[in-house]
Structures are given as structure tokens and as C-alpha cells.
Design a protein around this ligand. Structure first.
Ligand code: MTE
Length: 321
């Protein structure tokens, strides 16, 4: 029987709490691996849900923002991820993100604001009442999930720093922990991962600062300790594990536009009528429904047109993809 060993980390790099967490995770993975093999198993070690230790994050359901669709299973949401800092495989984040250090954690808010400030994660958790919302996440790769997020409208935070009249855009920079993020060694993107919104998009009540899912704090692979969710845009706009928010006058350069401007636009609104240069965006595969289940029709603005189409009046959304 193969034994899964924890990766070697210099003790000076981590606190005792992290050593304990990391060891516990690896013991659990090793144990699950043994069970999977014992069961004659083809199931990989991560297949059993390893997130039972996540802390509860109590929230009140916000009926204005709850899709009627059945949520994707917690196991699928937490094991089929895009978080390229940990690798490009869908299960890489689940396998490797456990070592990301998420405490202490601060978010610096700067740029075109009257009151720049560094917020501690605990202050952010207490800033506004936590809400339970059910959003669809549509990935540019033409799959989708329905996710019960926990958090509040990002505007609650942005208002605190009093954006100036010059603030036209909001840029999000996400964490870089080279010793814990094996994907940073691959030149897929020009790290750190940077995304941005126009200020009216960032202030829209649908735009959510997310701290949890399924009533518990976010697992690392989904962007702990905090990320954004912008449900009418392709998932790549929703930066994970944010460390800095900057208000700017000029449109920021974002990671995916820098990597391939002909494929990924700044706006990235879900649009079934504008194909990606290499595939259609007309339909989507619902994760968890099986590979051969009929594909769902993709909706303009991912189904949120009533709330957000007005933000783009007069704009050519084929050119501004
Ligand atoms: N944020 C960071 N920092 N790094 C990433 O690679 N991937 C994006 C987005 N946020 C990504 C990221 C993409 S392409 C998608 S589809 C969503 O996260 C996926 O979120 P999920 O794994 O929680 O479903």
C-alpha cells in the first residue's frame, strides 16, 4: 500500500497551528486514500469530501438573490475548480490549496479614494450581515454550477473608503504565496492574478464579496478567505483570495486580457451570441449532471439581464466582449 507523505516545509516558515492543520489534512488524505484503495477503489484520495472541518458561517437567506435551480453538490463545487496558482488540472486546487496560509490576512484598499485603509479579515467578516445567496457561475469554458455563496454586496466595503470623483474602475489583485502555490512556477499567466470591474459594476448589489459556501467558510480551493462573485460575467472575473483592491481612473490591464486579448475581453459578460474564438458559448454543461446529460442553453448575462442589462445601454457588446 502506498503511503502519502506530507510535503517537507521548513518549520521556520509556519506556525504550530499551520503545522497541525497541514498534518491533519495529510493524515486525512492518507486515510481516505487507504479507504478508497481498500474498497477496490478507483476513487482518488480527494474524492471523499475532505471539508467536514470547515467552520460554520451563519447567514440569513436573501430571497432577492436566490436562484430556484438546485445547487450543485458541495463535493463538485469544492473539487472541480479553476485556481491556476495551484495548477491547471481541475483537481489541482483541491489537492494543493490546503497549504495556502489564510491567517493572518489583510486586504489593502487604495488608489482613488479619500480614505485608503488596510482591513483585517476579521473586520471584513464583521462589516455587514452575512447573506446566503444562490448564484449561477458560468465559466468561459462552457460549464456552469449553481453555488450557495455566503457573503454580502461588495459595495458595503467599497463605500467605506470613499472613492473620489476620479475613480472609474476597481482592480482586484489576488494572493501570491510562491512556497505554497506550485502553479506560479508555470508561465500560464503573468502573476499575480489581476481582475477588474467598472465602478458601477463593482457597486452593483449583485456583485458579492464572498467568505463562504454551503453555510461554511470558503475552502481554500474556492478562494479563501475571501473572493468576489459577479454572476452575470464569466467566472474568470471573480478573483479568488484577494489581497488588494485599487480604485483607478484608467481601465486596468487584467491577467486574461494580457494573456490573450483576442479571446478574453475586459467586460466578459456572459453572452451566448458571441462565441469564444475556439468554441461556442451558446450552451453549457451543468457540472454534476453527467457528461451525457443534455446541455443547457446559456442565457444572456447568465440570466441576470433584468438586473444588469441597463449598465451597458448604448454599448456594442460584440466589440466590448
Ligand atoms: N482567481 C484566481 N486567483 N486564480 C484563478 O485561476 N480562476 C477563475 C476564477 N478566479 C481563478 C480565479 C476562473 S477561470 C473561474 S471559472 C472561477 O474562479 C472558478 O471558481 P470556482 O473554482 O470556485 O468554481
Amino acid at each position: 500500500m502506498s503511503v502519502i507523505l506530507p510535503p517537507s516545509i521548513a518549520p521556520s516558515e509556519i506556525t504550530p497551528e499551520e503545522i497541525w492543520q497541514s498534518r491533519r489534512r495529510w493524515l486525512r488524505l492518507a486515510g481516505l486514500g487507504a479507504v478508497a484503495l481498500g474498497a477496490g477503489g478507483l476513487a482518488p484520495a480527494w474524492a471523499a469530501n475532505a471539508d467536514e472541518s470547515r467552520d460554520a458561517l451563519p447567514a440569513t437567506a436573501n430571497s432577492d438573490y436566490r436562484l430556484a435551480d438546485k445547487p450543485t453538490s458541495e463535493k463538485d463545487i469544492t473539487s472541480y475548480n479553476n485556481f491556476y496558482e495551484f495548477g491547471t488540472g481541475k483537481t489541482d486546487p483541491m489537492e494543493y490549496a490546503g497549504d495556502m496560509v489564510i491567517r493572518p490576512w489583510t486586504v489593502s484598499i487604495e488608489g482613488e479614494v479619500a480614505k485608503p485603509r488596510v482591513f483585517d479579515i476579521d473586520d471584513l467578516l464583521a462589516l455587514a450581515p452575512m447573506e446566503d445567496r444562490i448564484y449561477r457561475l458560468r465559466c468561459v469554458e462552457a460549464w456552469s454550477m449553481v453555488i450557495p455563496w455566503v457573503g454580502y454586496s461588495l459595495s458595503n466595503l467599497l463605500k467605506q473608503v470613499e472613492p473620489t470623483g476620479n475613480a472609474k474602475f476597481v482592480e482586484f489583485t489576488t494572493a501570491m504565496q510562491p512556497e505554497h502555490m506550485p502553479g506560479l512556477r508555470a508561465g500560464i499567466l503573468d502573476w499575480p492574478y489581476v481582475e477588474a470591474l467598472r465602478i458601477d459594476e463593482a457597486m452593483h448589489p449583485l456583485t458579492m464579496l464572498v467568505f463562504g459556501l454551503y453555510g461554511k467558510v470558503l475552502p481554500n480551493q474556492n478562494g479563501a478567505p475571501l473572493r468576489v462573485a459577479i454572476p452575470w460575467k464569466y467566472g474568470f472575473k471573480s478573483g479568488k483570495s484577494i489581497v488588494r483592491i485599487r480604485f483607478t481612473e484608467k481601465m486596468p490591464m487584467t491577467s486574461w486580457v494580457k494573456a490573450a486579448a483576442n479571446e478574453y475581453g475586459f467586460f466578459a459578460n456572459v453572452n451566448p451570441d458571441v462565441p469564444h474564438p475556439r468554441w461556442s458559448q451558446a450552451t453549457e454543461r451543468r457540472i454534476g449532471e453527467g457528461f451525457f446529460a443534455p446541455r443547457a442553453k446559456t442565457l444572456p448575462f447568465n440570466g441576470y439581464g433584468e438586473q444588469v442589462a441597463g449598465l451597458y445601454q448604448g454599448m456594442d457588446l460584440r466589440r466590448n466582449y
